[in-house]
Design a protein around this ligand. Structure first.
Ligand code: ADP
Length: 394
């Protein structure tokens, strides 16, 4: 057995080579003063069992193996050492990896923060622009970039919503000014009449005439207030409307009776086409007073805006819908007026001398909508008007 040449292991410290025989007696040992690895009988037994074993205890590493000598003697060779150089390299590698990991974590964090803020910047810009829009500058729009991504879509959607809001806002504003105007006119007439009547003592006939004018104006005001109240009610949330089964033909007859009582010179013809076999098919879920008001408005307009004060109402049924048509041969509505006819307070120039407030059709359209119906107007100036409303039958 030769001596292990130390020169081959220049970097290992506390090297130790020990050879033990069968009885665990040391037959050869090369060691220094501070053996790094203590060889126990248990370790030697384990080497003999497994032929070769490699262990690490603290900083020391050892390898034990069984060797059969020339005379058949089984020897256990144990070499151990402290690989300080290897360990320090490992330690350094661990430090490098740790600091590299920290550094890359920092770089990834910074890059993430940079890219995230770059990606979120357009959202922040949109938020700032939206925050800057209020009732006073509702005409402003968000800047839409040239890119075709989701954020540009979002800005376009916001702009579309702003357009709708602006329309509603402008309508609301003009609604208030029209309503005030409609209220002011009869009030001014009443004030004028009372001032004139009170200026000097008058005959009782003159007082009666003044009071009759005031009464007319009060009636106008009441009808306007009722129309506005109905409009407010019809514009309220559909959930607040109480729908009950209502016979539509009866509503039509009631509307006719109310109008004839008020205007005996009106002629209102009601016809039916394709009447259903069962009476139940005449029933719609409806808010009775509102639907009657709608029928009454359309019938009244037909009579009011035609020289013969005549309207024909036809109630027709198909398998899945109820259709009512109101036909008159009156003054008709021009195409320009038709575009605005459902706006509250809109009145065609040619009908201005006839009494009215211009809220009947706006109210009617809203009521028909609340009953899942549709309204359509066809008209030819000088020839007459045909208004069709359709309700789905359940
Ligand atoms: P009002 O009748 O009180 O003026 P409406 O809202 O019912 O209010 O009608 C708005 C306007 O539409 C009327 O002023 C009139 O110019 C026009 N209009 C409505 N119905 C008819 C019709 N059948 N024939 C001609 N013009 C009509």
């Amino acid at each position: 057995m030769g001596v292990v040449p130390n020169d081959d292991l220049p970097v290992l410290g506390d090297e130790q080579v020990t050879i033990c025989d069968d009885r665990n007696q040391v037959v050869f040992q090369e060691t220094n003063d501070r053996p790094a690895f203590r060889i126990s009988p248990g370790f030697l037994r384990a080497v003999r069992e497994k032929k070769q074993i490699q262990v690490r205890r603290g900083d020391a590493e050892a390898i034990g193996l069984v060797f059969t000598g020339k005379n058949g003697q089984r020897l256990v060779i144990v070499t151990s050492a402290n690989d300080r150089y290897g360990f320090s390299k490992l330690q350094r590698l661990r430090d490098i990896l740790f600091f590299d990991w920290l550094f890359s974590l920092f770089i990834v964090g910074m890059a993430g923060w940079f890219f995230a803020s770059d990606a979120i910047r357009p959202v922040s810009e949109i938020t700032a622009q939206v925050n800057a829009i209020s009732a006073t500058n509702i005409h402003q729009r968000l800047r839409v970039g040239r890119q075709r991504d989701e954020l540009a879509d979002l800005a376009r959607t916001f702009n579309a919503m702003l357009r709708r809001l602006e329309d509603a806002f402008v309508n609301q504003k003009s609604f208030v000014s029209y309503a005030s105007h409609e209220l002011r006119t009869p009030l001014a007439v009443m004030l004028g009449q009372t001032n004139v009547a009170l200026m000097q003592p008058r005959s009782s006939a003159e007082y009666v005439a003044a009071l009759e004018t005031v009464e007319d104006e009060v009636r106008r005001l009441i009808s306007l207030a009722n129309g506005l109240l109905d409009l407010a009610r019809a514009n309220a949330d559909a959930a607040t409307i109480h729908y009950r089964p209502v016979r539509t033909d009866e509503l039509l007859w009631q509307a006719r009776a109310n109008l004839i009582q008020k205007y005996p010179d009106y002629t209102i013809e009601i016809d039916f086409d394709n009447l259903p076999d069962q009476e139940d098919d005449l029933i719609l879920p409806a808010e009775e007073p509102l639907l009657r008001t709608a029928f009454q408005n359309l019938t009244e307009n037909g009579c009011k805006y035609s020289a013969d004060h005549r309207v024909r109402v036809l109630m027709a049924f198909t398998a899945d819908q109820l259709q009512l048509t109101f036909t008159d041969q009156g003054v008709g509505i021009s195409a320009d007026d038709l575009a605005h006819i459902f706006e509250p307070f809109y009145r065609a120039e040619r009908t201005k001398e006839l009494q009215g407030h211009g809220i009947g059709l706006a109210l009617t359209q809203r009521i028909i909508g609340l009953h899942s119906g549709q309204i359509q107007i066809k008209s030819e100036p000088g020839r007459g008007t045909l208004i069709t409303i359709r309700f789905p039958l359940l």
